[in-house]
Design a binder for this molecule. Structure first.
Ligand code: GAP
Length: 439
């Protein structure tokens, strides 16, 4: 058997559309640039990824979760530096009106779109935050921002969480939520979006312990991506040589996407920059009192882990994608080899034929399995076609109810990856799936 990994992003885009993972936003109106909708399978897969991340963080004994509002006081973004510094350098082509990031093209070369020469405007700084208005009448309403990162909702709640949960350093606060950036050059499917989701965790520590915390979180986070089923050779660390003004060390975890290596997660040692800024702008005391050390007061340092839920989803989709026996019409199949606990559908129940006696048994089995897993019920087309459909959805098990079932009270379970088939007693199927696939 020959096996081929994902070769181009367009293959993944078409599978995601045809199988109901991801659709273009507002597609019937021609789409909206770099906004994407999760379809029925996409939302299941993404929820499973988010749940795995949430559990990996908040089931620890040193991390609590929050879910802060997307809309925040405008001063938050002044304090964080986003109003003044969250910009990309931008140029326009005077000829085709195309817009480019000045740091991503050769300004001396012709326009990459229309090939006009000497057509670029001067470089301008373009703030990536979306603005909106709060209040009933637009003219008098306050201008506010859609958050460009979830992190600030954690910083402004540092004291609330620390005091209500009676936390001592070190401890972390985790959050999953939407973020918005008016990216100039979005693209590569869901790699760079204008509306996306982040899974961020701020770990508050004593100043001076940041190197140790960095090591711990680098290892923990790398292992998490391996646990999601990603292949080790497709993951690497990238050390930032040029650091942001607030950071004293920074690493990315990169994945080798179909378009090349790209950042999936940032692990940043952010010093006391954010809490210090919020103390200054809010005039509230955000000092930590260390009762273990003579009530010494200081501003905690922060070690941040920040991963895009959609980037993680893209990596998991890309990594799972395989074409077996390409070019052999009889045997070719595309199969999404998701880790079973992440798969959108765990089992597909298939009565061999549309006969009441088979459908009755299949329906009963479906009701029983649905108490524990997301299942599909598939009666359309030949068994072979149904297997192919479920392979593309990444369903670990297909369960066929056939005429023998009526006498032996057993079903055929077909495995997605090996295509091996086993006969399992009806009353053992649930336990069998749980044990075999670790569900
Ligand atoms: N709080 C730190 C922060 O936001 P970042 O490197 O700008 O850091 C963190 O973003 C992660 O969020 C990235 O590693 C990426 O996974 C995801 N991300 C950032 N911009 C994105 C975009 N436009 N579309 C999809 N994901 C994005």
């Amino acid at each position: 058997m020959s096996e081929e990994n994902l070769q181009s992003m367009s293959d993944l885009v078409s599978l995601c559309k045809s199988r109901g993972f991801i659709f273009q936003s507002s597609e019937i109106y021609g789409g909206l640039g770099s906004c994407w909708d999760m379809g029925p399978l996409g939302v299941e897969l993404k929820n499973n990824i988010k749940n795995a991340w949430w559990r990996s963080m908040t089931f620890r004994d040193d991390v609590d979760g929050v879910d802060a509002a997307i809309l925040m006081h405008p001063l938050v973004w002044k304090a964080s530096g986003h109003v003044d510094n969250f910009t990309d350098p931008l140029v326009d082509c005077k000829s085709c009106k195309g817009r480019f990031r000045a740091d991503q093209i050769d300004l001396k070369a012709p326009c990459p779109t229309c090939k006009a020469k000497d057509s670029f405007t001067d470089i301008r700084n373009f703030n990536l935050m979306f603005t909106t208005h709060m209040g009933a009448v637009q003219e008098t309403a306050a201008e506010i921002y859609l958050r460009p990162e979830t992190a600030q909702g954690i910083f402004v709640n540092f004291l609330n969480v620390q005091s209500t949960m009676r936390r001592k350093l070190p401890f972390g606060i985790a959050q999953i939520g939407k973020a918005f950036r008016n990216e100039i050059t979005p693209g590569n499917f869901i790699f760079r979006m204008r509306e996306f989701e982040q899974m961020e965790m701020q770990y508050f520590i004593k100043p001076g312990t940041q190197a140790e915390a960095m090591e711990m979180w680098k290892e923990t986070r790398f292992q998490w991506h391996l646990d999601m089923g990603l292949r080790k050779e497709k993951l690497r660390f990238h050390k930032h040589e040029a650091l942001a003004h607030y950071a004293d060390a920074a690493f990315d975890i990169e994945y080798e996407f179909a378009h090349g290596w790209g950042e999936m997660e940032g692990i940043h040692s952010r010093t006391d920059f954010d809490l210090k800024q919020h103390m200054e702008f809010s005039k509230k005391n955000l000092m930590y009192v260390d009762q273990m050390d003579g009530n010494k007061k200081f501003i905690p340092y922060v070690l941040e882990t920040s991963v895009g839920a959609d980037r993680s989803l893209l990596a998991i989709l890309s990594d799972a994608y395989r074409v077996e026996n390409k070019g052999d019409a009889e045997k070719e199949r595309t199969v999404m080899r998701f880790k079973p606990s992440l798969a959108p559908i765990k089992a597909a129940i298939m009565p061999l034929m549309k006969k009441p006696e088979l459908e009755g048994t299949a329906d009963k089995l479906l009701r029983e399995l649905q108490k524990d897993f997301k299942c599909d019920y598939d009666t359309a087309g030949s068994i072979g076609k149904r297997y192919r459909r479920q392979d593309e959805a990444g369903t670990p098990a297909c369960i066929t109810v056939d005429f023998d079932t009526l006498t032996d009270q057993a079903v055929t379970v077909r495995h997605r990856d090996t295509m091996v088939q086993e006969r399992i007693a009806l009353d053992k199927v649930k336990m069998y799936l749980k044990d075999t696939f670790n569900l």
